[in-house]
Design a protein around this ligand. Structure first.
Ligand code: SF4
Length: 464
């Protein structure tokens, strides 16, 4: 019998990393590792890094410094691994600068972790940032029933990785490589297995998810709309989402899926980054503002209750005041339910980093504050518009007070209900009675057929 070892994974960044962290944990579960929430208790610590935000690598080095100090103080022999996009981009450098690191693994090589760990235990320091020819998904084990139950009734499924768009501010095409889509049969198989374990909502993920072009069972290339249609046919899979999308890849098949599939939630994250055609061209976004407005018009025509969220970058090199005003105008015209906005920060190795006309920090800060104000106002207006609305929520976790549960609205907001008789994984119809800054309050109208239960055990057992 294998010894039990403890694993602590700290994940930074996007949903892809959350999913990858789970798949690494599933892989290492086969090697006897169980997850712990305490790094001091771990035999193996994995930092699953993100390269999108500024000074990402420096943050990894300070985290590694803390781990080194803790190891010295306690005399522990905890192994340290660095995974994710910083590992991919700076593997050799990490090994040079941080002797505490035992292994560096890029996102395409997670299935090789057991073998890498075996070598590291023999005292070798291991780096694997290759793009291997074998498909890692064929080698990553499925989660156990216990792991899926612990993660709750929602799950991510990767459908594609990499990006061919080469936006001039972005490192993803360099860290995650070219676009690769998984075959439809494998995605459907993974979704069916998750649903059989009690999952009721699946979010399809990919760096550029709607560029999906996987091989269908008929031997043809399927787009994301066709894939969603297939998944919508899985019994007991009640909700579908997908993220993150590029406006250029919102084809008619995908828009039709929003019209035809009740399982596809009426909420779409569609990054636009800027409202200025000149800036969009400089970003190499391959679309202008008219194309963006056109997509939103089409989506709203087929699905009037759809809500949008987006990403914005302010202060892109060369952005003028007038161009920034166009971004404000776009944000006001669309009326986003939610949005993320950031000051431009240069990523070494990307074309925009070399640009001569960097916008001064104080100008970026001032523009960001103005954009925040507009986005915050439209988020508040959207949230308030939900008061009195009735919809189904999927109960995902316990609330703070006894008998409380927290579910998700179709628009991903947390909805707090008092429902001591219900279970995580149940759907329930609620009327929205109150709107707070971070959550909504709901009153139960009726329990939707009890089809979502992940377990017949009471809640307390679910949490253990
Ligand atoms: S489409 Fe998204 S992931 Fe691809 S390069 Fe542009 S910002 Fe990066």
């Amino acid at each position: 019998m294998q010894d039990t070892r403890k694993l602590y994974v700290k994940s930074f960044g996007c949903q892809m990393n959350v999913y990858d962290a789970q798949r690494m944990a599933d892989t290492l579960a086969k090697e006897g590792y169980v997850e712990t929430q305490d790094p001091a208790d771990a035999d193996l610590v994995i930092l699953n890094t993100c390269h999108i935000r500024e000074k990402a690598a420096e943050k990894v080095y300070s985290e590694l410094g803390r781990l080194r100090k803790a190891k010295q103080e306690t005399g522990s022999d905890t192994m340290i691994a660095v995974a994710g996009c910083v590992a991919q981009a700076e593997g050799a450098e990490i090994m040079k600068r941080a002797p505490v690191v035992d292994l560096v693994v890029g996102p395409q090589s997670y299935h090789r972790l057991p073998e890498m760990l075996a070598r590291a235990r023999d005292g070798k320091r291991v780096v694997d940032t290759e793009f291997p020819t074998e498909d890692k998904f064929d080698h990553l084990p499925a989660p156990s029933l216990a792991a899926t139950k612990k993660r709750g009734p929602t799950a991510f499924v990767t459908v594609q990785e990499g990006c061919d768009k080469f936006c001039t501010f972005c490192v993803v095409p360099y860290t995650r490589g070219a676009e690769v889509s998984r075959p439809v049969a494998k995605i459907v198989g993974e979704a069916r297995a998750l649903v059989a374990q009690g999952v009721r909502e699946i979010t399809l993920i990919g760096q550029n998810v709607n560029a999906f072009h996987g091989e269908g069972p008929d031997g043809r290339t399927w787009g994301l709309g066709r894939l969603l249609e297939e998944l919508a046919g899985i019994d007991r899979l009640e909700r579908l989402r997908y993220t993150t999308s590029h406006p250029r890849d919102m084809d008619d098949g995908l828009i039709a899926a929003h019209r035809d599939l009740p399982q596809l939630m009426p909420y779409l994250h569609l990054p636009v980054q800027s409202g200025s055609d000149r800036v969009l061209a400089a970003m190499n976004r391959k679309h202008g503002r008219d194309l963006y407005f056109g997509i939103i018009d089409k989506l709203r025509a087929v699905r009037p209750d759809i809500a949008l969220s987006s990403d914005f970058i302010v202060g892109f090199p060369g952005e003028t005041d007038a161009e920034f005003e166009e971004t404000l105008d776009l944000a006001e015209r669309v009326g986003f339910a939610s949005a993320y906005s950031f000051k431009y920060s240069s990523r070494p190795g990307t074309p925009a980093a070399e640009h001569d006309h960097q916008v001064p920090e104080d100008v970026k800060s001032e523009r960001l504050a103005r954009l925040h104000k507009v986005l915050e106002a439209s988020k508040t207006a959207f949230d308030r518009s939900l008061k009195g609305r009735r919809f189904d929520i999927l109960l995902e976790k316990p609330g703070r007070l006894p008998g409380q549960l927290i579910g998700r609205s179709p628009y991903l907001q947390s909805v707090v209900v008092t429902a001591p008789h219900l279970h995580i994984g149940d759907f329930v119809t609620v009327d929205i009675t109150d709107v707070g800054p971070n959550s909504l309050a709901g009153r139960i109208v009726e329990d939707v057929e009890d089809q979502g239960r992940m377990s017949d055990r009471p809640l307390a057992a679910m949490e253990a």
